[in-house]
Design a protein around this ligand. Structure first.
Ligand code: CU
Length: 166
C-alpha cells in the first residue's frame, strides 16, 4: 500500500511558499535588529509604589539623577511628574561622548512618556512601574527628551536634555 499523494492546487501552494518566505524574512529582520544592531524593547523593570517612590529614602527616585557605576557606564534615575508642576527630575544630564546610560524612569502620579530625540529611546512611563532602557551616546551634542503622552495642562513644557560633551 503506497501513501496517497495529497493534491494541492498550484495557486494555493505558491501562496503557502510565499507566506513561508515572508515568515523567514521577518524572523531574520527581528534577529538582525536584536542581535546585530542591539535594538532593545523597553521592558518593565520592576514595580514600585507610586505614593512613596519619590519620598521613600530607600528609593533611588527620592534623589533622582545620574550615578556612574563603571567608567563610561551610568544609571540615570529619572522621575517624570505632573505634580506640583510638569517636569522631569533631573531636567538635565551631562555625560561624556561614548557613555552608555541605562535609564530607569517612573512616575509618582499620572502616565507620561519619555522620548530622547535622535535615539531609538521612546517609551511610556507608568505610575507604579519602572521603565528601563539603555542608550549609548556616541556623538557629542544636545539630545532633548520630551513627554509623549498627553498628561495634562503642562504637557507641552515637559522636557529635558541630555548633554553629551566631547
Ligand atoms: Cu508628561
Amino acid at each position: 500500500m503506497s501513501a496517497q499523494k495529497m493534491h494541492i492546487d498550484s495557486y494555493e501552494r505558491n501562496w503557502m511558499i510565499f507566506s513561508f518566505i515572508l515568515l523567514v524574512l521577518f524572523a531574520s529582520a527581528v534577529a538582525v535588529a536584536a542581535f546585530g544592531m542591539g535594538i532593545q524593547v523597553p521592558a518593565p523593570e520592576e514595580r514600585v509604589d507610586p505614593r512613596t517612590v519619590a519620598t521613600d529614602p530607600n528609593s533611588p527616585w527620592s534623589n533622582p539623577g545620574l550615578r556612574e557605576i563603571a567608567p563610561g557606564k551610568y544609571d540615570a534615575y529619572i522621575l517624570a511628574r505632573a505634580v506640583p508642576q510638569w517636569e522631569y527630575l533631573p531636567r538635565e544630564i551631562t555625560v561624556p561622548a561614548g557613555s552608555r546610560v541605562t535609564f530607569y524612569v517612573t512616575s509618582p502620579d499620572v502616565q507620561h512618556g519619555f522620548m530622547i530625540q535622535n535615539t531609538n529611546a521612546n517609551f511610556m512611563v507608568l505610575p507604579g512601574q519602572v521603565s528601563k532602557l539603555t542608550v549609548t551616546f556616541k556623538n557629542e551634542g544636545t539630545y532633548n527628551f520630551i513627554c509623549t503622552e498627553f498628561c495634562g495642562a503642562g504637557h507641552g513644557v515637559m522636557y529635558g536634555a541630555i548633554i553629551v560633551t566631547p
